[in-house]
Design a protein around this ligand. Structure first.
Ligand code: GUN
Length: 291
């Protein structure tokens, strides 16, 4: 079994990005600048956004965290999006999801200028991704693709079962893995809460991407010998023995499943750090597009 070490890989990529930032600066350009918008007080979202901002600092990017109260109106948030679109000092920005329920997420994502949409959530970028045109790829799927690439994980002709059809992970992951490129050329089955024979499908899979948000859902009896398992789950579980009061659990029962795998991602230290580094790569791209 080979551990797909997202932490080590992300550190390597951060070094590569930092070198590019130095090159930009040496040519007289300012460094890339990412803004992150956080609405409300969701603890997990705050942790993720802080990690993104910290990663920017590590590679020499500028970053701005924009916080708004959870009761902000949709029109005020749209006004903020307009300001970010027209601010020439910001190359790319993200609106951390989920948004409070009184705000229509689609309206907000549609208002983002696709050129600054480094999360790749705007329909223009989603459509371009589906057509294989240049675009910003959403960070989590892009991070998984990069990890598969750097570990030379075989994907051609493999049967990949994606568990979960979210717009952030499951859906784009299924699109990327079926592309005629490497990593890709998989036969993809996308599954969801209404799928009736999930266990059977998983047992047929060469590659499983678990992105349903249910801690330790994927058990050893659902995985065939030699499978590749990608764990996108990151649920906070109460754990009084930890200083924070919680531990992070993936969607995979790692202790049970890992012995059967050819490759597997750990949680933490797998997909999470790769997501952050993909956002940095998109922001670097956004900066280069402006030059
Ligand atoms: N919420 C969970 N994952 C993500 C992500 O990749 N980007 C944003 N903006 N929100 C998220």
């Amino acid at each position: 079994m080979i551990l797909l070490d997202g932490l080590a890989t992300s550190q390597q990529i951060k070094q590569e990005i930092a070198v590019e930032v130095q090159h930009l600066k040496a040519q007289g350009h300012r460094p890339p600048h990412l803004a992150a918008v956080l609405v409300g007080e969701n603890g997990a979202s705050l942790t993720y956004v802080n990690a993104k901002v910290k990663a920017c600092e590590e590679v020499g990017f500028q970053s701005t965290l924009v916080r708004r109260d959870g009761d902000i109106s949709e029109s005020d948030l749209l006004e903020l999006v307009k300001e970010l679109n027209s601010n020439p000092d910001i190359d790319g920005y993200i609106i951390q999801l989920p948004l409070p329920t009184h705000i229509n997420e689609h309206n907000v994502l549609l208002a983002i200028d696709p050129i600054k949409d480094v999360d790749g959530f705007h329909p223009e970028n989603v459509g371009r991704m589906a057509l294989g045109l240049p675009c910003y790829l959403p960070a989590t799927p892009a991070g998984i693709i990069e990890l598969l690439k750097r570990y030379n994980v075989p994907t051609v002709g493999k049967h990949c079962v994606v568990i979960g059809r979210s717009h952030i992970v499951g859906l784009p992951m299924s699109i990327l893995l079926q592309r005629n490129s490497y990593p890709g050329n998989c036969t993809v089955t996308i599954t969801h809460s209404k799928t009736t024979n999930l266990n059977e499908l998983c047992r047929q899979a060469d590659i499983i991407v678990a992105a349903l948000g249910k801690p330790e859902f994927l058990k050893a009896d659902m995985v065939k010998e030699g499978a590749v398992v990608i764990d996108v789950g990151i649920t906070r579980m109460a754990d009084p023995s930890k200083k924070s009061g919680f531990r992070l659990a993936g969607d995979v029962d790692f202790a049970g499943v890992s012995g059967k795998c050819s490759f597997i991602t750990p949680v933490p230290g797998g997909v999470g750090p790769m997501t952050i580094v993909s956002l940095l790569m998109n922001t670097l791209e956004a900066r280069k597009r402006q030059i």
